[in-house]
Every structure is written in C-alpha cells, then in structure tokens.
Design a protein around this ligand. Structure first.
Ligand code: SAM
Length: 538
C-alpha cells in the first residue's frame, strides 16, 4: 500500500506534465486555426491543471509560472478576438502579476486598452513593452502604437479632429483616427423631458460637443423597395449585438442601465459625466435592467442616415442603426441647435448654430424642415408629443383659416409663389416676429426652395416676397444649419459668381460648418458642400 502511494506520488507531476503538454499543443493549434472559442476552453483547462500542480523545486515553480503566464496571455488573445475585452484584460493583468514585463502580454493588454479607448493606460503598456530587449524586430510596430495612443489621447483631451485629408481623398484610404471626446457638455434635468445634455460654455456654430463610439451597430444595404422583413432582420441582429456587448462588459451593461425606457423619465437618475469617460473604473452599480433592453433600444437607438445627421464615406443605399450612450441623452427639438456626423462607428455631435452657456443641446429626431402636422405625426410615432416653442407657436397659428388655405394650396401643388406670398402677407398681418417667422418658413421650406430655384417663379414673385437671404437667415436662426439651405445658397452663388463671390462663399462656408462641424479645413468643407449640393432636391 505504502509502495503504491509512493509510486502514485512520483507519477503525479509527470502525469500532469504530460496532460499539460497535450493541452498546450491542442490550444496552440486552435489558436493558429483561429478557433477562438475552443482555444479559450482548452487554455482554461490548461490553466486549471497548471494551477493545481504543487511545485517540487524552484526550477519547477518557475517553469510552471512561465507556462501559466503564457497561457493566460494566449487566452487573453483569444478572448479579445471574441470581443470579450473585460475578461481578456483580467487575463493580461494576472499574467503581468506573474511577469510584469512579459512582452506579448504587454502588447496584448495595450491593444485591448486601446480598443476600450483607454489611451493613456494603453500608452503605458506600449512604452513598457518598448523597454524589452527582444523588441528589435517589433519596434516599428510598437512605435506605431505609441504614436497612435499619443495622438488619440491628445484628441480625446482637445477634440482637435481634422478630417480634411480623408475628405479630400474622397473617403478613400485609411479612415481618420477618432477618439472619444467629451466637450463642454453636462447632463442635467431637462425642461423638455427627463434628463438632457446642456452646454457648459458659449460655443459657436460648428463647435464639436462630443465624440463617442457605438456600443453596437447593425448595418446593411437596404434598397428603397426592400420589404419590412429585411428591416426586422436587421433590428433583431442589432438587439443581439447590444445584448452580446452588455453580457461581455459590466461597464456597458451599467451604461445601458442609465438610459431611459421612455417611462417615468422625471424620476431617472442624472449621471455624472465621469462615468462616460473610458478611463473611469466601473463605479455605477445599477440593478440588472436587461429585461428592459427592448424598450431602451426603441427609445435610444439612432438611424445613422436620419434628419440632422450626415454619414460620411458610405453609399446611399446604406442603412445603419446603432446605440451611442452619451448621445442618447440629447432630447429632440423642432428648433434644434446641434447635428450629428457619423464616421465609422463614431458619432460626432456639433453645434449647428451658436449656443449659450446653460442652453439645452438638442437635435431633430425627424425632419425640422417639415410642416407642424407632419412633425406632430412623426413625434407621435416616436412616442411623445413635442411641446417645443416652435410646435406650441405653430399649433396656435394652425387654427387660422388662412393658414389652412395656404397649406391646402401648397399640398395641391398649385403655384408655390402665390402660396408663399400669402404666407408672408399673413405673417405681416398677424404680427409674427423674429424667430417665429423662421419657424413658419422652415415648415414650408419646400415651397420656398421651389420658388427660389426657379427663374420663372422668381420673375413673377421675386419682388413680392421676402429676399432669399433673409429667408435663409431666419430659417437657420430657427432650425440651425441644414444642407438643403446651404444647397440653395450654393446654387445662387454659382449663378452670381461674379457678384460678391468671396463674401457669399464665406457665408456658405459658415453654414457648412454648422452642417458638418469644424472638423476640417476650408477646402475639404468646400468639397463636402459641393457633394451635398448634388444630393438634395425637392
Ligand atoms: C433618447 S431619449 C432622450 C433623453 C431622455 N430625456 C432621458 O432622460 O434619458 C428620448 C426620449 O426623451 C423624451 N423626449 C425627447 N425629446 C422630447 C421632446 N421634444 N418632447 C417630449 N419628450 C421628449 C421622450 O421620452 C423620448 O422617447
């Protein structure tokens, strides 16, 4: 009996060693074959066997630790390929506890942190890795990462993005480096509904307010005649993606837990801005609200190619739906002061006109250049009744008999010049002043556009209606910059290029900054405006 025990004692480490050897080869092969799930499973088995070993000598201990460190690092690699960044990060941290300068782990951890937008921590990792003597062959690659981290960290602090080269290259080549950025904004309780985003300082049109990466996006090409089924499939895939991200990351789950599900918004917590910063450790503790995920997505998902949005670098059949957490705190207004730009998985929100400290930042969930009745219908589809200043004013005025006649005339496709003339006259008699004129003109923008772009109509009505520049100014004052308004100015600019061209171009560029943001130089902006002017028409 004693003999058998002794034999077993002697054999145990060897058996374990053999088992480890087997698991190691299997896991390496799976890793090479990019079978990430199975690789994670096999490395986990290896790690358990390795941890259960009792080292017999110091040499044995050091051998076991080396094996454990490498296995943790490889499991991290496989987990990161599966998008399981948090778990992968934990593996890296454990591996680095064993060997604080393990080159491969430092590289893996750096890339993970970069993916999680934690630029300064990623930079630390890459810098430490650079100190490794075995770096030689890899130094160029590593220096590239160091530079990228420095650049992104700078961008995340300053918001000094420049998309000029990419735009000027016709969106070809490498897409621009984008970092998460929180500008002069703060979440507060809103007079519109629940919480909203507010400006913490005066900003002018085009100023970048925030840049944030999507939790998940589902994209596809949806031709105009595609059936509802195709949209439903996309929506289901999108829900799966969000759920998957939330399952893999506690932070993501907690952030989603902050979002409104459309009910009892007044009672919702007002989060501090630091929870949205990628470097902030997980600090929100919220009960698991995943059961509400469907309504949260219903209320907060954004379609990339919607009103108040531009998608850069994609074709026109393209359709994408996504969830951007911080942008989800922005309420709707029919008289909005911000717009969004979609580039890759990032959303960039910028002021579409000048905004004052303390003012709520809003964008339009649906087209602000549409009539009050159409907007009312769209806001009901969204599940709320828009009660913004513009809607309140237009609701009142919609009772006037004359207004009803004007609407009918415009709908009937009658002479738009006559209808506009009637509207302008009406506004004079009803003593409509200031911004309110812009509200009504924005509501009937299609008609103004038709008249201002037709030489025949202008010959007949031009003298009797307000000048185009005044109309443009008042519309921009009411709803912020819009590419359709810019388009009209561009066309006029082309017609009158010999007459005051420079000033007009400056004006177009100013409005262009409201549409695309101050994220590119003049020439690139000009190109975009030119592209935009081919895109829209009535
Ligand atoms: C994306 S969330 C905006 C942030 C939300 N207020 C919160 O507290 O989380 C969209 C929801 O906000 C509310 N909302 C946004 N704009 C509104 C408006 N103009 N009027 C009324 N409710 C609005 C609606 O409940 C809508 O479903």
């Amino acid at each position: 009996m004693a003999m058998a025990y002794q034999q077993q004692e002697l054999k145990l480490p060897e058996m374990a060693e053999a088992e480890m050897q087997l698991l190691r080869s299997k896991a390496t092969e799976l890793l090479l074959r990019e079978e990430w799930k199975d690789a994670v499973f096999t490395y986990s088995q290896f790690i358990t066997v390795c941890r259960n070993q009792t080292p017999t000598t110091n040499h044995h201990l050091s051998k076991l630790q080396k094996s454990l460190c490498l296995a943790l690092c490889n499991r991290a690699e496989a987990r990161s390929k599966l998008g399981n960044f948090e778990e992968a990060l934990k593996d890296c941290e454990e591996a680095l506890k064993i060997e604080s300068t393990h080159f491969k782990t430092l590289l893996c951890k750096g890339k993970l942190l970069l993916n999680l937008n934690r630029y300064s921590s990623a930079l630390e990792c890459f810098k430490t890795a650079l100190l490794d003597p075995q770096v030689n062959g890899n130094s160029e690659n590593l220096n590239g990462y160091v530079e990228k981290c420095k650049k992104l960290e700078h961008l995340s602090k300053t918001g000094a993005f420049d998309l000029s080269d990419w735009v000027l290259n016709g969106f070809r080549g490498k897409s621009p480096d984008l970092a998460e950025f929180i500008g002069p904004v703060q979440i507060r309780r809103s007079g519109i509904s629940g919480r909203g985003l507010f400006a913490t300082k005066n900003v002018d049109s085009g100023t970048l307010l925030l840049v944030t990466k999507a939790i998940a996006i589902e994209r596809g090409i949806l031709p105009e005649n595609s059936d509802e089924n195709a949209q439903l499939v996309m929506w289901k895939n999108f829900i799966d993606k969000v759920t998957d991200s939330a399952t893999k990351s506690t932070k993501t789950k907690n952030l989603i837990g902050l979002l409104s599900s459309g009910e009892a918004e007044e009672g919702l917590e007002v989060p501090v801005m630091s929870v949205f910063k990628p470097e902030t450790e997980d600090q929100i503790i919220i009960p698991n609200e995943m059961s509400k995920i469907l309504s949260v997505l219903d209320i907060n998902s954004l379609v990339e190619d919607a009103a108040s949005a531009k998608v850069l670098g994609k074709n026109s059949d393209y359709y994408g739906v996504g969830l951007w957490v911080l942008a989800s705190f922005i309420n709707h207004s029919c008289s909005p002061n911000a717009r969004r730009l979609h580039i890759g998985d990032h959303i960039l929100i910028h002021a579409s006109r000048d905004i004052k400290t303390g003012e709520e930042i809003t964008f339009a969930y649906f087209d602000p250049l549409s009539s009050w009745k159409d907007r009312k219908r769209m806001s009901e589809t969204w599940g709320f009744n828009c009660n913004c200043k513009r809607c309140r004013f237009e609701e009142q005025i919609s009772d006037k008999e004359e207004m009803k006649e004007i609407e009918l005339e415009m709908k009937g496709g009658n002479e738009m010049g006559a209808a506009i003339y009637k509207l302008e006259e009406g506004m004079r008699r009803w003593m409509v002043r200031g911004k309110e004129k812009g509200y009504l003109r924005a509501s009937f923008w299609g008609a103004y556009f038709e008249v201002f772009s037709s030489e025949k109509a202008m010959k007949k009505w031009g003298r009797r209606i307000q000048g185009m520049e005044m109309v443009v100014d008042s519309v921009v004052d009411a709803v912020g910059s819009d590419e359709r308004v810019v388009k009209m100015l561009v066309e006029r600019f082309k017609r009158n290029s010999t007459n005051g061209g420079v000033l007009e171009m400056e004006r177009v560029l100013k409005l262009g900054r409201g549409v695309y943001g101050k994220v590119m130089k003049k020439q690139a902006l000009r190109n975009l405006i030119e592209l935009g002017s081919h895109e829209y028409g009535y």
